[in-house]
Design a protein around this ligand. Structure first.
Ligand SMILES: NC(=O)c1ccc[n+]([C@@H]2O[C@H](COP(=O)([O-])OP(=O)(O)OC[C@H]3O[C@@H](n4cnc5c(N)ncnc54)[C@H](OP(=O)(O)O)[C@@H]3O)[C@@H](O)[C@H]2O)c1
Length: 310
C-alpha cells in the first residue's frame, strides 16, 4: 500500500463511490464525498458508510488524494472552479477517472502545484458492491508525468488493478477503442437477442451465451483469425437470405447488420481469408442497402488466379 492517505471524492457516482470504497478497503481514510442526488446519497450510504457528504470545495480542502469522478463533460468546469476557489493546493494528488481526458483537463490543478493523474478504470460500473470484486485485475489506463508514475501505479495496486500507460495525445483513441468494444458489444448482443426472440427461441440469452463466450474468447486470443460464418466463407446466398428476413422481421436491426457485414467483409479480405471475387458478390448484395463501395479495394487486392477461380 502507498502510505495511508486522506481521500476525498467529488462526486459519489457509480465510479467515485466504488473507487473510494476500494481505497478504503486498502487502508486509506475516506474523509468526505460530494454528491447531491438521491442516487449519489444512496451509493455513499451503501458503499461509504460513515463518510460525510460535503460540498465539492470542502471535500477538496480535506483531502490529500482528491478523486474527481464527475461526468466527462463536467470535468473541465469542476477542476477550474475548485482551482479558482483556492480549494486545491501544491502537493495534493488530484486524479480523475475519465477515459477520454488526459492531463490537459487537470491543468488548473497542476498550475497550483498539485500532482495530477488520469486514472481510468477500463471497466463498466454499476455503482454497487458487485463492482468492488471487478476491481481485482481491472486494467487502469494511466496518464501522468514521469515523476508521478510510481504514485499512479501504487494507487492502481491498492485498488487491486493493473496499470497500462496511455500517452496524453492517445487518450481519446484509447477510449474510443474501449467504447467501441464494450458499448457497441452491448448493442450488438441486445440486437442478437431480439432476432432470436423474434424467431421464437425460448431463451435467447441462454442460447447465445455459449456461442458468444467462445467467440469472445477466440476473438481476444486470435483477432480476425477467429472469424467464422457466412461472410468469411463467402456464402452469398445465406447473407442474402439474412438481409431479406431481417428487412421483414426486424427492420430496426438492418442498418447495424449491414454496417457490421461491411466491416466483416473488409476485414475478411484484408486478412486473406476471403477471395476478392467472392467478396465482391457480397459487396454487390450489401450495396443495395447502402454503405461503402469497397470495389476498388477488392479489385486492387485480387490476384488473377483467384479471379479466374471465383
Ligand atoms: N460508469 C462507468 O462504467 C465508468 C467506467 C470508467 C470510467 N468512468 C468515468 O468516471 C467518471 C464518472 O462517471 P460515472 O459513471 O461514475 O458518473 P455518474 O454515475 O453519473 O456520477 C457522477 C457524479 O458526479 C457528480 N456530479 C455531476 N456533475 C457535477 C458537478 N458539476 N460538480 C460536482 N459533482 C458533479 C454527480 O452528483 P449528483 O448525483 O449529485 O448529480 C455524481 O455523484 C466519468 O469521467 C466517466 O467517464 C465511468
Amino acid at each position: 500500500m502507498s502510505h495511508r492517505m486522506r481521500v476525498g471524492v467529488v462526486g459519489a457516482g457509480r465510479v467515485g463511490a466504488v473507487l473510494a470504497a476500494g481505497l478504503r478497503a486498502a487502508g486509506h481514510l475516506v474523509v468526505a464525498a460530494a454528491g447531491e442526488s438521491d442516487a449519489s446519497r444512496r451509493r455513499a450510504a451503501e458503499l461509504l458508510p460513515g463518510v460525510p457528504l460535503r460540498k465539492p470545495s470542502d471535500v477538496a480542502r480535506e483531502s490529500e488524494l482528491l478523486l474527481l469522478t464527475v461526468p466527462d463533460d463536467m470535468l473541465p468546469n469542476v477542476v477550474k472552479v475548485l482551482a479558482d476557489s483556492g480549494a486545491l493546493r501544491a502537493g495534493q494528488i488530484v486524479a480523475h477517472t475519465s477515459g477520454r481526458h488526459g492531463l490537459a483537463v487537470l491543468a488548473p490543478a497542476a498550475a497550483v502545484g498539485a500532482r495530477v493523474v488520469a486514472l481510468h478504470p477500463a471497466m463498466t460500473f454499476t455503482g454497487t458492491a458487485v463492482d468492488l470484486e471487478r476491481l481485482q485485475g481491472c486494467v487502469f489506463g494511466l496518464t501522468a508525468e514521469t515523476a508521478e508514475h510510481g504514485l499512479a501505479e501504487a494507487l492502481v495496486r491498492d485498488l487491486g488493478g493493473r496499470a497500462t500507460w496511455v500517452p496524453e495525445e492517445m487518450r481519446t483513441l484509447y477510449h474510443a477503442g474501449l467504447a467501441h468494444g464494450a458499448n457497441h458489444l452491448v448493442t450488438l448482443v441486445s440486437e442478437a437477442m431480439g432476432l432470436l426472440a423474434a424467431a421464437g427461441v425460448d431463451d435467447p440469452a441462454g442460447t447465445l451465451r455459449p456461442l458468444l463466450d467462445a467467440a469472445l474468447d477466440n476473438a481476444l486470443a486470435h483477432g480476425d483469425a477467429a472469424l467464422t460464418g457466412p461472410i468469411v466463407r463467402g456464402d452469398v446466398q445465406t447473407v442474402a437470405a439474412h438481409l431479406d428476413d431481417i428487412s421483414v422481421n426486424a427492420p430496426d436491426t438492418l442498418p447495424s447488420y449491414v454496417a457490421m457485414a461491411w466491416a466483416t467483409l473488409d476485414r475478411s479480405v484484408t486478412d486473406g481469408r476471403l477471395l476478392p471475387i467472392r467478396a465482391q458478390r457480397i459487396a454487390d448484395l450489401l450495396s443495395v442497402y447502402g454503405g461503402p463501395d469497397l470495389e476498388a479495394q477488392f479489385t486492387r487486392t485480387s490476384a488473377p488466379s483467384e479471379v479466374e477461380r471465383g
